[in-house]
Design a protein. Structure first.
Ligand code: NAD
Ligand code: G3P
Length: 351
């Protein structure tokens, strides 16, 4: 990337929550690798809260999300979006999906017009039913070769601890994906490239919904057959939707599809799975919402994803059950009965 963009590249990461902090740290660690090759990468993290920003600048730690984890000493943070974005060649977005449009509108005057914008978010906008890259394209009026996404089995805590992980960097313009792959590659983070933006984004958004369903099953005390069934049929549902929207079927059996689904549905670190588990164990929705401090994207995105499925004639039975549990007072026990009593069908139907 540095070869294409000059010897010095500034990367702005907007959002200093769980994934924004971790991703900024990945890029800062990756920058150290390239210093030896004569390149300089500056990484600046924007956060809303001064206490978090100060802690990152003064002690290389984000105590709210990762107490005890030492971040790269070269990582700088600021509460000023203009400062973070000034001269940035790459702008990475890590805020909740439903606030992205509003955030981008505020940041737009400061985003350099020749920057590449990268979405880390795994959601679908309520109302517009747009994927995050589409929201970026609409608000910023950027061409598709300068909008990319990163997705995959990326539980932030593990990666903040520098445990090995892989991901997919997707952009319809392969050259952009390759440039970003180089910028984000570190000793413990291995990005692959893809040109299938639709498949990668739908895989990321859908795994949160299926993660909620698997969490509910876990909370109800159900076993591995049930969870494997939900994961597998969840992948079928994800693939049906993604392919209908133009994705390559193979993307959904890759890291941003099956890979992320497995990580999310099997890990107690997943906020979506944990949310579902609490509901399945008998807590009320209000209790679970009150206890959930971080973003569980599937709760809201389940609604927009279901609408997207309906608008495109795609059968989404698991998503429908999740929406009813999250938003229409269907109990986990009722959802289970409704799901199991659906009409029987071939394993493969639809696209
Ligand atoms: N945490 C992970 O393991 C992980 C991994 C991959 C992708 N993601 C995705 O990354 C996105 C961000 O998730 P996260 O884990 O960082 O969430 P988080 O809840 O940990 O952090 C969200 C950040 O956004 C800020 N924020 C909240 N509302 C805001 C608003 N209205 N305007 C501006 N900032 C706001 C919060 O203060 C916080 O700093 C989500 O789409 C998520 O699915 C998360
Ligand atoms: O904690 P979750 O459920 O948002 O999942 C985090 C990551 O998306 C896993 O890849």
């Amino acid at each position: 990337m540095t070869d294409q963009m000059g010897a010095e590249v500034k990367v702005a990461v907007l959002g200093s929550g769980s994934w924004g902090t971790t991703f900024a740290n990945i890029v800062a660690d990756a920058a150290d690798l390239r210093t030896a090759e004569g390149h300089k990468t500056e990484v600046v993290l924007w956060g809303r809260r001064a206490s978090v920003v100060d802690a990152i600048n003064e002690s290389s730690e984000n105590p709210d999300y990762f107490p005890g984890v030492t971040l790269n000493e070269g990582l700088r943070a600021t509460t000023d979006p203009a400062e973070a974005l000034s001269g940035a060649r790459v702008v990475v977005l890590a805020v909740p999906s439903q606030s992205l449009r509003e955030n981008l509108a505020a940041w737009r005057p400061h985003i350099p017009s020749d920057a590449v914008v990268v979405s880390l978010m795994k959601g679908v906008e309520l109302g517009s039913l747009m994927r995050m890259s589409q929201v970026v394209g609409e608000v910023l009026d950027f061409p598709e070769e300068r909008i990319a996404v990163v997705s995959g089995p990326n539980l932030a805590r593990e990666i903040a601890e520098r445990q090995p992980a892989t991901a997919v960097v997707a952009c319809p313009h392969e050259e952009t994906a390759v440039l970003l792959q180089d910028l984000f590659r570190s000793a413990y983070f291995r990005p692959y490239t893809s040109t299938d933006l639709v498949g990668v984004e739908i895989g990321g958004a859908m795994k949160n919904v299926i993660g909620l369903a698997v969490g509910v099953a876990e909370g109800m005390g159900l076993g591995d057959n049930t969870k494997a069934s939900l994961i597998t049929r969840g992948l079928a549902e994800t693939t049906r939707l993604a392919v209908t929207l133009g994705a390559d079927e193979h993307t959904l059996s890759g890291l941003a599809g099956m890979g992320d689904l497995v990580a999310t549905c099997s890990s107690p670190l997943s906020r979506n799975r944990t949310f579902g588990e609490k509901l399945g164990a008998g807590k009320t929705l209000e209790q679970v919402v009150a206890e959930t401090k971080q973003t569980a994207e599937g709760v809201k995105s389940s609604e927009s994803i279901l609408e997207l499925g309906w608008a495109n004639g795609v059968d989404m039975p698991i998503t429908e059950s999740v929406v009813k549990m999250m938003h229409h007072d269907l109990s986990p026990a009722q959802a289970l009965v409704a799901f199991m009593s659906r009409s029987t069908k071939p394993e493969r139907y639809g696209v």
